[in-house]
Design a protein around this ligand. Structure first.
Ligand code: SF4
Length: 457
């Protein structure tokens, strides 16, 4: 009963957030940067920010996350952090020798007004960037947006590394958005099956879900290379999976280098995966192989077998906009009813999209962008649900209200496996269906009276 003080009565609030459904911009920028091969993320701010961001990622991915910091003190907080960043760039290339340093700002350096491009120019002029090494930077003030905004800003900066030679290379850029390393692996597997040659960025597979080999490597095998990013401007097209996380980067490549882009939803569930596979097929001029049709058929089979248990079950979901939009469509497509949907990330388009997706549902949806977990809990108290889906922070609500709970999204701090098993694509859909079904049937087994306690379901 940790949240027993949450009142049922809802008063509109404009000046206070209680238990936010988001975290801060640099965490997203740091995660995106880890998807570049040989990259050391760098936090331009005070040590506390960097320590928090690293630990948040380490706790979710269960892997050591390395990042450097400009270590602001009183002097840099007043006069700016240029000297610290120049020193840091020199130290990092000298001591750790990464291929890339990906710098993101913090609230403090943004408030001072530090200009990363100007500092990078100075570093190049002073010769502290060795030949062949790269600096990439993103402004990530955490008093606007959320971790999703920070992720998007860093991905856009990655796209801006493109250096087209003017001859199409036949590849398709795929920008996966903030998904697990396992999801990135799955997207690459599907693209390979379709016969599309892709550049996936960022790509944290093999970085944050690598094997335990007994040998420490500061820079694991995975990640998109700078050479691949430079080639993005010569791609035949870009597929951006998610408006919030990926569209800005795709539009930059479109407007700057005439690489046509298509903005899709994240491929969660049957419909969104169908659209992704179809777009990949069209853009790369290939055909969908039998193996993919087979996997799709398996998912359809499971849905039809288990539909009776999904039918009209009420769900509350919270998390990030791109994930929630795709998951809402997925749940509605299997006749479940997501009646409470909350993201901490701002954006009115989110509410409009969720309302469109749930228009034919038998229940009215409560949806809020820039909402918080407190509001979600109040909604649940007023209209109870059969299932709660979201990150670890929902466990308090699940326990208080005695609701079956599926961990999904970021961060998951108290369970493992999410970095190894995909939730995108048809295989990922099968896994999500199994998780939903097990949560509902475990509850049924717990609550059924003895005369209804069945061996076969
Ligand atoms: S909100 Fe700002 S000050 Fe706080 S950890 Fe994030 S970047 Fe640092």
């Amino acid at each position: 009963m940790l949240l027993r003080h949450t009142p049922k009565e809802i008063n509109e609030r404009s000046a206070v957030t209680i238990n936010p459904a988001k975290t801060c911009q640099p965490i997203g920028a740091m995660y995106a940067a880890l998807g570049i091969h040989g990259c050391l993320p760098h936090s331009h701010g005070s040590q506390g920010c960097c320590a928090y961001h690293r630990s948040a990622l380490t706790r979710h991915y269960k892997e050591p996350v390395s990042a450097a910091t400009s270590s602001f003190t009183e002097g840099s907080s007043v006069f700016g952090g240029q000297a610290n960043l120049l020193q840091a760039i020199n130290n990092i290339f000298t001591v750790y020798n990464p291929e890339v340093i990906a710098v993101h700002t913090t609230c403090l350096s943004e408030t001072i007004g530090d200009d990363l491009n100007q500092i990078f120019d100075k570093a190049h002029k002073e010769g502290t960037v060795p030949p062949g090494k790269t600096l990439v930077g993103a402004a990530t003030p955490s008093y606007v947006g959320s971790h999703v905004t920070g992720f998007s800003n860093m991905v856009k900066a990655m796209a801006d590394l493109a250096e087209p030679v003017g001859k199409k290379n036949g590849k398709v850029n795929v920008i996966p958005g903030w998904v697990e390393p396992s999801d990135m692996e799955e997207i690459k597997r599907l693209a390979k099956m379709v016969g599309a040659e892709i550049t996936l960025f960022p790509d944290t597979s093999g970085v944050l879900n690598g094997p335990l080999s007994g040998e420490y490597s500061m820079f694991p095998q995975g990640g998109v290379t700078v050479a691949e990013l430079k080639g993005c401007g010569d791609a035949i097209g870009t597929l951006a999976l998610g408006e919030w996380c990926s569209a800005d980067a795709a539009r930059l490549l479109d407007t700057k280098y005439k690489v046509p882009c298509k903005i899709l939803d994240m491929p969660f569930g049957l419909k969104a995966t169908d659209r992704f596979i179809d777009a990949l097929r069209i853009i790369s001029g290939t055909v969908v192989p039998e193996e993919i049709t087979y996997e799709r058929g398996q998912m359809v089979d499971l849905i039809s077998d288990m539909h009776q248990y999904f039918y009209h079950k009420k769900v509350a979901i919270y998390g990030d906009p791109d994930q929630l939009i795709a998951m809402t469509e997925f749940l509605v497509s299997i006749d479940m009813c997501p009646i409470h949907v909350v993201t901490g990330t701002p954006g009115k388009r989110f509410e409009k999209r969720i309302k469109e997706l749930t228009a034919d549902m038998p229940f009215e949806v409560n949806v809020r962008a820039k909402g918080d977990m407190f509001l979600l809990h109040q909604w649940i108290k007023n209209e109870p649900v059969d299932l709660l889906m979201g990150n670890t922070y929902g466990k308090y609500i699940a326990r208080d209200e005695d609701i079956p709970f599926i961990r999904w999204g970021f961060p998951i701090l108290d369970r493992q496996g999410h970095q190894y098993f995909p939730t995108v694509g048809y295989k990922g859909g099968l896994r999500m269906l199994e998780k939903i079904l097990n949560a509902l049937l475990d509850r049924k087994d717990r609550d059924d009276p003895e005369e209804k306690f069945e061996l076969v379901l």
